[in-house]
Design a protein around this ligand. Structure first.
Ligand SMILES: Cc1cc2nc3c(=O)[nH]c(=O)nc-3n(C[C@H](O)[C@H](O)[C@H](O)COP(=O)(O)OP(=O)(O)OC[C@H]3O[C@@H](n4cnc5c(N)ncnc54)[C@H](O)[C@@H]3O)c2cc1C
Ligand code: FES
Length: 337
């Protein structure tokens, strides 16, 4: 829906010829989403860099700082579509993600169906929607949970869509965190919340490389688990490819989930960053574990999820070690402040 006839609108053209209007007060990304055009995005706050694109021609202005864009990238004409509003008609060097056009985000009421303590600092929350309603999403996407007072935080859906429509989240406790305080101290079964989703463009792409590697740290395993469930249900998507899962945590007590997939060839490596002498497995960081393995990075597509620092390090180190940047898909758990 267009917002009021007096609002000035510019036209945004994508490299595949698709066009949409940019609303004066909305970012280019939000304008696109509102018109059913999905551009690459994740955090929507300028922090993850996933929405980076080159401007072929046209002017835009900042609505929020482009924190993850380097000076070099800016000089090359790149912008973050989640940070800018159009000031003229604009041509962008990017395409929309047709695969997501059928999954428009919407706001729905939901109730907490169950709360399960996985470790002292991670809980599993299952949410149910009113009868007859459900979130239609692609595995890997996330939702914003809106709590009391309109407080909003993003959480990846940890399961592939299931027939009862329930969605599961893995939530890590952040000391002093506002929503953490709610989840870990106040949340009760049947609490009424709202969620907006699905959001994000972290989803499984048709494979073009020999191997697929999934990297996760902490609760970053959530969307990776959803992707693995999807592939286990439809193994033809990977056409016999082996999948490597490298999951990192600080200690062995932090591994709150274990894999059990019958239909896919999954090689799982747990990695610990602060291991004691009793740990006989891999130590260090997930990206280092991949770089030091015998997997040839030129033949790999990587799906990575975890907190911001891990994603930034993995992206830079893997590119330096030979991974093609366009074969790195990520969802960074950037914090909201
Ligand atoms: C796309 C996306 C998906 C996400 N998915 C998940 C998920 O599946 N599971 C999950 O647990 N989280 C996820 N997050 C992170 C989540 O949205 C919150 O940012 C996080 O849980 C903190 O919220 P809070 O309200 O508890 O803390 P806040 O009140 O937002 O923060 C309190 C303080 O802690 C700092 N802080 C926030 N996060 C961290 C951190 N990780 N490490 C150190 N300091 C921090 C803040 O800067 C602030 O000073 C995701 C984030 C994004 C953007
Ligand atoms: S920086 Fe724009 S979506 Fe993250």
């Amino acid at each position: 829906m267009l917002e009021g006839s007096k609002v000035k609108m510019n036209s945004i053209k994508l490299s595949n010829g698709k066009k949409f209007h940019s609303y004066e007060s909305k970012t280019i990304l939000d304008s696109a989403l509102q018109q059913g055009i999905v551009l690459e995005h994740s955090c929507r706050s300028g922090r993850c860099g996933v929405c980076k694109t080159k401007v072929i021609q046209g002017k835009s202005r900042l609505l929020q700082p482009e924190e993850s864009l380097t000076l070099e990238e800016k000089a090359e004409g790149n912008i973050l579509t989640c940070c800018r509003v159009a000031e003229s008609d604009i041509d962008l060097d990017s395409e929309d993600l047709g695969a997501l056009a059928n999954y428009p985000p919407k706001i729905s009421p939901c109730r907490i169906d169950s709360i399960k303590k996985m470790t002292p600092t991670v809980i599993e929350i299952t949410l149910r929607l009113p009868p007859g309603q459900q979130v239609s999403y692609l595995p890997g996407q996330y939702v914003d949970v809106i709590g009391q007072g309109g407080r909003r935080r993003s959480y990846s859906i940890a399961n592939a869509p299931q027939s009862d429509g329930r969605i599961t989240l893995f939530i890590k406790k952040v000391d002093g965190g506002e929503m953490s305080n709610y989840w870990f101290n106040d949340a009760k079964v049947n609490d009424l919340l709202r969620l907006e989703g699905p959001l994000g463009t972290f989803f499984f792409r048709e494979p073009t490389t020999e191997k697929i590697v999934m990297l996760a740290t902490g609760t970053g395993i959530a969307p990776i688990k959803a992707l693995l469930e999807q592939l286990n249900k439809a193994p033809s998507l990977i056409a016999g490819r082996r999948i490597f899962l490298i999951w990192g945590n600080r200690s062995k007590e932090d591994f709150f989930w274990s894999d059990s997939f019958e239909n896919i060839d999954l090689v799982y490596t747990p990695v610990i960053s602060q291991a004691d002498d009793s740990w006989e497995g891999e130590r260090g960081y997930v990206q280092t574990s991949l770089i030091e393995s015998d997997i040839e990075l030129k033949k790999v597509t990587v799906y990575a999820c975890g907190f911001e620092n891990m994603i930034n390090s993995a992206k830079a180190e893997l590119a330096h070690a030979g991974l093609a940047p366009h074969n790195f898909y990520s969802d960074a758990f950037v914090c909201s402040s």
